[in-house]
Structure formats: C-alpha cells, structure tokens
Design a protein around this ligand. Sequence first.
Ligand code: ADP
Ligand code: MG
Length: 702
Amino acid sequence: MEEKLTDIFGSDVFNETVMAERLPKKTFAALKKTIDNGEELDPMVAEVVANAMKDWAIEKGATHYTHWFQPMTGVTAEKHDSFITPAPAGKIIMEFSGKELIKGEPDASSFPSGGLRATFEARGYTAWDCTSPAFLKRDAAGVTLCIPTAFCSYTGEALDKKTPLLRSMEALSKQAVRVLHMFGDTDVTNVSCSVGPEQEYFIVDKEKYLKRDDLIFTGRTLFGAMPPKGQELDDHYFGSIKERIAAFMKELNTELWKLGVLAKTQHNEVAPAQHELAPIYATANIATDHNQLVMECMKKVANRQGLVCLLHEKPFAGVNGSGKHDNWSMVTNTGKNLLDPGKAPHENTKFLFFLAAVMKAVDEHAELLRLSASNPGNDHRLGANEAPPAIISMFLGEQLEDVLEQLISNGTAASSKQGGKLSTGVHSLPVLKKDATDRNRTSPFAFTGNKFEFRMVGSSMSMAGPNTVLNTIVAEALCEMADELEKAKDFDKAVVKLIKKTVTEHKRIVFNGNGYSDEWIKEAEKRGLPNVKSMVEAVPYLTTKDSIEMFEKQAVLTKTELESRAEIHYETYSKAINIEAKTMIEMASKLYIPAVIKYTKNLADSILAVKSAVPGADVSVQEGLLTKTSALLAKAQKALDDLKKKDTEAAKKEEGAKQANYFHDTVFPAMEALRAPIDELELIVDKSVWPVPTYGDLLFEV
Ligand code: ADP
Ligand code: MG
C-alpha cells in the first residue's frame, strides 16, 4: 500500500517537530536560539541533543553516523563511524556524545586545499551546522545518521564551501538589518536569503553508458556526430514523460520527500533526454545542502533503475547543456520579502533601495559573479554560443525599467505600469490577469517578480559558491549605501537621492533585449561591461585588490582563503582537461582508429573481390569511400599524435595559472582537432563496426 505523502515527508529528518517532541523544553529553546539568532551553542545543550538524535536514529535503524561536509571538490564527503562502544562481558552499547556531534577530525591533507595544506598543519575539523537539520541516509550500507557540518583547517581557514556561505549569510543579514533599522523597521533582527535551485540533468541508459569511456571518466561525450534529429522540433520541452523516466522521477521524489526536500516541479527540458527538477525555495544553506542531496539521489536512483544521470554541464555537443538557475531573494525574520515590489513599485522606496543595491553589486562585481559560475564544464555553455551569454547583465522588465527611467530623469517616480488583462479571443476561456512584465529567457541575471534568477550556474556545481558571492557583493553594496545614509540629516530626502544616484551610476548593467544576439556583444563592449570568456580568464578576479578588500571587510573570506581558492580553480581546470585529453587519446588509439582500419580493410577486400569476380566491374563507390576514409584516418592519427605531444608538454608546465592556461589555449584546441575527423568518420563508417553507442543511441533510446 502506498504510504501517505504527508506521512513520509521529512520522515528521515531530525527536524523541529522531532526536536520539540524529544528534547526537554529548555534544551529545545536554547537550540532554537542558536538556529534562529546565531547565538553560541552551549556544550551541555549539544550533549542532550546528541543523545536524543542517537535514540531517534537508532529507532529508525541507524548503525552509523557521519559528519557530512562539502570540501572544495564541490561534492559531499563523509566518513562513517558506528555507534558501538564496548561494554563489560563482551557486550556493546550504542553511544553518541555531544563532543562527537559538534566536532569531527577528518584528515584535511587529502582534500583540495590550494596550498593551505602546505603552509599549515594537515589537521582539519568538522563543526556541526545546527542550522541545517540532520538526516538519515539509506543505502546498501544500511542507515546512517548524517550531520551537516562545516570543514576548516587547524588554524581556522575554511576548507569547504559551507563556511563561506554561512559567513556571507551573516554579512548580508548584518547590512540589511542595518538598512532596515534606518527605515524604521526596528523589529527586524535577521535577514536571510532564500534560494530555489532549478536542477537540469540528462538520463541515459546504463548499458550504453558503460560502453562510453568518455562518459565514465569525464561525464561528457568527447566524440560523437549529431544524429539526424536533435532538438530542432522543440518536441521534447514539456513533452509527455517516457515511462522509464516517469518511474525514475517517482522514486526520486519519494526519496527526496523523506529527506525533507520540497521537490515540486518536474518536466522534460529542451534537449532530448534532458529533464529538470525544482524544489520549493529554502534558506540558502539548507537549499545548498538539499541540492547536494538532490544530485546524489538522482545518481543513486538512476543507477538502481538501470539508468545513469549525467549532471555535466555539456554532456552532448550540438544540443543544449544543463544549468542550475539560482533563484535568490532576501527575507526578513518578520516574513517580508525585500525584493517584492508590491503593486506600486514607484512608491516602494525600500524595495527600490534594495533593488539599487543589487544593481550596484552586480555591476561592480560582475567578474566575481561570472567566476562563481565557472567550472570546466560550464565553459562549454557560457560564452560558447549557448545560454546564457558570458556577459553579465540584468533584466528588470518594462515596469521597473520605466520606474527607474522616471527616477533618473525626474528624481522621483510617479507611476508604475500595470499588467492589465489578457483576452484570448475565446469567450469560454477565462480572462487572465497579466503580469506587469514579460519574461526574458536570455538574461543571465533576471528579475522575475519577487526574486532574481541567476542563470549562469552550472548543473553540477554546488550552490554555495554563487550564493556566497551574491550575498557578499550585495552586503558590500548595502554597507556602502548605509554608510552614506548614516551621514544624512534628512533620511527621507537622502534615501531618494541615493537611489537615484545609484541607479544612474549602474544603469549600464540593465539590458532587457536579446542576450544571445551579436549586437548585444557590441553594445556591452560600448557600455564597458566585461566579457569574460572562460574559467581560466575569470580566476584572477578572485584575488584582485578590490576582491580581497571586500571579502575581508565583509568577513567572508581572507586573502589566504581566496588565494587557496584561486589555486584550486586552476588545479581543477588543469586536471579536468588532462583527464579529458587522456581519455580521448585512449579512445582514439584503442577504439576508433582500429575500427576504421577494419572498415578500410573490408572496403579494400571488397574492391579486390569484386574486381576478381567481374573484371572491369565498377568499384568506384568502394574506392571513393576508401580514399575518403583513409584520408580522414590519416588526419585523425596526425591529430592524435599532436594531442599526445601537447598533453605531455602540459605536464611539464608550472602548476597553477601557467598550466591551466596552457591546457586552455593549447591542449583544448588539440582535442577539438582530434574530434573533428573522428566525428566525420562516424557518419561514413558502417555502424556494425563503430565501437561505441552513438548520440542517436544515447539520446533517443532510453
Ligand atoms: P521557472 O522555470 O519558471 O523559472 P520554476 O518553478 O521552475 O520556475 O522555479 C522557480 C524556483 O524559484 C523554485 O525553486 C521556486 O521555489 C523559487 N522561488 C520562488 N520564489 C522565490 C523567492 N522569493 N526567493 C527565492 N526563490 C524563489
Ligand atoms: Mg527558471
């Protein structure tokens, strides 16, 4: 019998309901204070919570616990410990102390640390993040209690993605509260950011996947010609969901609901075999943790069903890649969304103030935002003729742009355009209320009603990085604006003046047109907006004087932490391209070239056989094919030799920026040069000798 959804939702989460039930009133109240207001945690409280948590987990079948953290790899890490403790007479008891709850000690030297590990001791600590609830993971290992934690080095540097995110949330809250108090909202004590990540992914058949070394080793296809059909018919987007995919989605939803993830929408995306899942938004660090769980569950559930989930940003050339739209807003502890314009945005000074701050932040730190969405996979999307463009601009829509125009030219705004009614021309259909603003799908940073949607983030990335940057740059903008306001004698006058000044200074970032057009690239250049084309080009912006100053001022990342992150970015890039190059070399030498040689032999044999059977017979077809195939084969071999040489050369380069740039400028083009003749050969060579499943097999036969 199917369990009731309302019963299974959150059933594997040590959430507030469970805590209220199982913790003494005083302990619960103390813990709530830490969770809600960031007050320091009393070790005695931790002791009581640990015990309750253990009892709850064991009742649900748990044998182990783990500190679940997010090192700089971008994926999660865990080391399991069982609850067993020896007892007299060869027995055991199940124990879990407060100390074990709040602190763990994984060896930091085996995680990317970008030089921190050489300078400092290898020892690292994980610390309980009580703002994100503990949960149970169920798999073949049994049931494990997972405790979300932050991960730092012996000397306190953040070695993970969660710590800076939490710090950035504090920074944003501090500055936003400061501003709100000036507006007279003294009841606000905390501002949090809400995040709703829309997760795109591909699903392919596992048997076919296992025949593709490129998918196995790199997550994307490194070779492959386009099948006769791609996404040109637009028949996949929102199309009816195939049976196997529907079964996958069903099991996935159930898993996620048990974990308290508010999985909400699901649909087919634009590319064949591409889909999307979006949960209902949550506070940034919970949304980030949940998104990690979403990605992990997608892989696990797919695997159970003989499928494979591809989270790479560009698994297939020629069809759309996958992104992760980061829907972001700021909400007060009194429940007010600061990005909600209301019915009359022109009168909503507070909203206009926060809007101006976001404009200022995005304009002044566009390169950092761009970097926050950079990984080797996303280089295939951003700036590579795919959505969204690499240039950061902001879409505000007709209504807000009009309000800003009025502000800029008159100093105040007197009206807001309204949406009106939509008539379909069919009387039996309802008359719809129209939004005041259309949508713009091409904008990398779009205002969508009561939130911004940062569309550059890559599908495989952690939400932590982009939101850390977003929170920090907005905190910085709010801080600078608040500094100015504090000096003013007449707040009401000063605030309007400041909004006008800010939007005038930063209106160049607003663009409501088609972000994919060539005209926009020229226009953006005229406006002086940066066009950062690749990850390696973006990394240096992390450690400019301005960036360091801002991150340190907002107490989000220190100079050392920023430098280590830049180092990790370079390392990640070099390693990723190196693995791709090596995989290509292996596939070309051991699969494609031998297969093509076999095919040429078949052709040659056929020519000889036909000629000897019927002297003078027309063998021009076979000869033509043989000539063409042999030429491409020679081209492929030459490109292969060249790639081998360049990849070997890359290993000799100085690690860091130099090596990463060499991989980008030299090795990557050599990979493209090898792919071209092989893809051409795929269209000629007999399918029966082709050594791997094709795009057609992978994309259409799920
Ligand atoms: P669309 O594809 O039209 O952009 P979706 O429904 O797929 O919309 O995703 C929108 C996402 O934005 C969801 O995760 C939703 O919960 C989230 N969202 C809605 N309102 C807010 C808000 N105020 N702050 C942050 N995220 C929000
Ligand atoms: Mg969206």
